[in-house]
Design a protein around this ligand. Structure first.
Ligand code: DX5
Ligand code: ZN
Length: 227
């Protein structure tokens, strides 16, 4: 467990996704959210794996002093092996690669060797079976509940069955693995995803596009814990 991860895999954790924030004021935004959140979710897109370009290691390093929370880098990139070391050096505590990306097994091993927590993400149309062989090698499974690329998309309810299946697999075979969900998480969907078995909730728009982001993060945790 990373020293910056305060929770057990059974506890609900809230991970604001900065993709929905105003990039000109990220430092103050992270400082404000620090007391109400657990992880900070950093969406890295290469313009190839997904049709969008976002942020690189320089921004991660710049943000590191502004947060005490676990930095959760979600690498939506075709070749994660080309980038892992730079993000680990920049201050990532956890690096998640996609099972649909190139050289996944080697990327997981590379991330492990770099000493960061290791996550494996799967797209909405990728079956749970695609990640099962890797369950023993990772710390996090990240279920995408939108197609990756942009904040502000609608939650895809069909992924809930996959969350339930992965919860069962994790409970049986790898109980230390965190089950994270990303995309369209808000007051309306939080309780359902927790009831299905997710425990780390990524939220972009629901936090950063709220009039009161700190209050929104607290309300999201309350809603999630009510499941
Ligand atoms: C989508 C990203 C998500 C996204 C979440 O590709 O991985 O982290 O920013 O944003 P919301 O919560 O607005 O769906
Ligand atoms: Zn993400």
């Amino acid at each position: 467990m990373s020293p910056r991860d305060p929770g057990s895999p059974a506890a609900v954790r809230i991970a604001p996704s900065i993709l929905a924030a105003d990039f000109a004021s990220l430092g103050p935004a992270l400082r404000q959210l620090d007391p109400a959140t657990d992880w900070v979710h950093l969406d890295v897109m290469d313009g190839h794996f997904v049709p969008n370009l976002t942020l690189g290691p320089a921004l991660v390093a710049s943000l590191r002093p502004h947060s005490s929370r676990l930095f959760d880098c979600h690498l939506m990139v075709t070749d994660p092996r080309h980038h892992l070391e730079a993000f680990a050096r920049a201050g990532a505590d956890s690096c998640t690669v996609h099972v649909e990306a190139h050289e996944v097994g080697a990327a997981i091993a590379d991330a492990r060797a770099l000493g960061v927590r290791v996550g494996l993400a799967l797209n909405p149309d990728t079956p749970a079976s695609a990640v099962l062989d890797h369950l023993g090698d990772v710390d996090v499974i990240l279920v995408m509940s939108v197609f990756p690329g942009f904040a502000g998309q609608a939650f895809i309810p069909e992924v809930l069955g996959k969350v339930r299946d992965l919860r069962d697999e994790i409970d049986t075979h790898a109980p230390r693995v965190d089950l994270e969900i990303d995309g369209g998480i808000d007051q309306d969907t939080a309780a359902d995803v927790v009831a299905a078995g997710a425990r780390v909730l990524v939220a972009g728009s629901a936090i950063f596009r709220a009039a009161d982001p700190l209050g929104a993060a607290r309300a999201l945790r309350q809603r999630a814990q009510s499941a």
